[in-house]
Design a protein around this ligand. Structure first.
Ligand SMILES: Cc1ncc(COP(=O)(O)O)c(C=O)c1O
Length: 421
């Protein structure tokens, strides 16, 4: 777990400052136990069986992270892959083809051929894709994604259901999907939705579940081959002080009950599938960085660090809040001042302490050049959304298991960035 002991930040049993010294910064550090505990919380609190937890690999695709998730999840675990690359990495992590679903958007025929060659179920996002899939693989199993016309999420960019969304087949077009499936002899084994990301109000998730189940009920006659319903991901985690984690025992019980009741009236015991990404990995990760510059301007005291939005884009992309601590002084005592923590990318938006509208100063202990900071809750959509913008190498990733630490991705060097090797 990531915790504070005697005013110092620990990842597992290892002091974050020690990791920074040993491996350098910027550095992504993940705690294995934190990942395992999230997977087991899902498996234990959702009592319904058969249960399929298809981890949305996009949140963090590190091979070692995928292997931990597979190992912890046992029978119930699988992967939601959005690209041929994610299919391949899931298989390399030891998931079987039947434990992987390919849910993408604006999909090419070649990408579908790749999924078919790997024997992975394709989840079609549009009538166009379903038609093309039918031509490529007549008589096979298929799933399709419905836009249930309800959406939710921490930011407009991650709301994936509703009238503004590019995703899924409209509920009113489900009949057309059946016609295409029947033309090609496709067996519709799954119906899917994903309404958005970062949802802390479980009521929204349950409402969307009910909407999808009523769409299925209305279209029951065309769904004789149905094997599972996939309610997508989106389960949120707290980032800001004061945000409360989901009461998982309560949520798991509500999800199970709703689906159990539906299956009895549907007349078939279907598999319940969810696709959490962030929930499993977000809290396991920290981005460690070193302060190199302190600069006072008329409006802000800037604390400049050796990373930026090329390594963690969430504040810049969504105005997201990430907790930031000084790793060797992260308790609540001591003198504090308001600062803006900024990165090393040549854009004014490259400030970690910001919201959608601009910079929001953060009250932090007095910081000096050379101090190591940790940007917390960075295990999801951190490294996986990173880039080489400004021709800068990406950080190393390390995994902490108790007191053991191992590098699970080497730090890139300039040769990698310049020549791609
Ligand atoms: C289809 C699908 N499933 C699951 C997820 C995972 O979402 P989260 O990380 O919020 O659980 C996403 C995220 O974009 C998605 O698009």
């Amino acid at each position: 777990m990531i915790s504070v002991k005697n005013n110092r930040l620990f990842i597992g049993e290892v002091a974050a400052s020690g990791l920074a010294r040993r491996f350098g910064t910027p550095l992504y550090a993940y705690d294995e136990e934190a990942i395992r505990s999230k997977v087991s919380a899902l498996v234990q609190n959702i009592a319904y069986r058969p249960l399929r937890i298809f981890y949305a690999a996009k949140a963090n695709t590190n091979l070692s992270v995928l292997k931990i998730i597979r190992d912890e999840g046992g029978q119930s675990i699988g992967i939601d892959a959005v690209s041929p690359g994610e299919i391949e990495i899931a298989l390399k992590a030891g998931f079987k083809p039947e434990q992987v679903i390919f849910t993408s958007t604006s999909v090419t025929d070649d990408e579908m051929k790749f999924a078919i060659s790997r024997k992975v179920l394709v989840n079609c996002d549009s009538l166009s894709q379903l038609e093309r899939y039918g031509r490529l693989s007549p008589g096979s199993k298929v799933c399709f994604r419905v836009n249930p016309d309800v959406g939710a999420g921490h930011h407009g960019h991650v709301i994936t259901g509703g009238p503004e969304s590019k995703f899924g087949i409209l509920a009113g077009d489900v009949g057309k999907a059946f016609a295409i499936a029947s033309k090609y002899g496709l067996k519709i084994v799954g119906i899917h939705q994903h309404i958005g990301s970062g949802i802390l109000e479980t009521g929204k998730f349950l409402t969307a579940m009910k909407v999808l189940l009523s769409i299925i009920e209305k279209n029951k006659s065309g769904l004789g081959d149905l094997e599972f319903v996939d309610f997508g991901g989106g389960i949120g985690v707290p980032y800001r002080p004061g945000q409360k984690p989901i009461n998982f025992a309560k949520f798991g019980a509500a999800v199970s009950k709703l689906f159990e009741t539906f299956c009895s009236s549907f007349g078939k015991k279907l598999s319940l599938t969810i696709e959490p990404g962030r929930f499993i990995v977000a809290e396991s990760g920290a981005l460690l960085c070193t302060v190199n510059t302190i600069k006072q301007t008329p409006k802000h005291k800037f604390v400049g660090v050796d990373t930026g939005f090329h390594h963690l884009i969430r504040p810049m992309a969504y105005g997201s809040y990430h907790p930031i601590v000084v790793v060797d002084n992260c308790g609540n005592g001591g003198k504090k001042e308001k600062v803006a923590v900024c990165g090393n990318v040549c854009e004014s938006g490259d400030v970690f302490t910001r919201d959608e509208h601009g910079i929001v100063d953060r009250s932090l202990p007095i910081i000096k050049e050379g101090d190591v900071l940790a940007i917390l809750v960075a295990g999801a959509y951190g490294f996986s959304m990173s880039s080489n913008y400004n021709t800068r190498p990406r950080p190393a990733e390390v995994l902490v298991s108790g007191s053991d630490v191992r590098v699970i991705r080497k730090r890139e060097d300039l040769a990698h960035v310049i020549y791609g090797m």
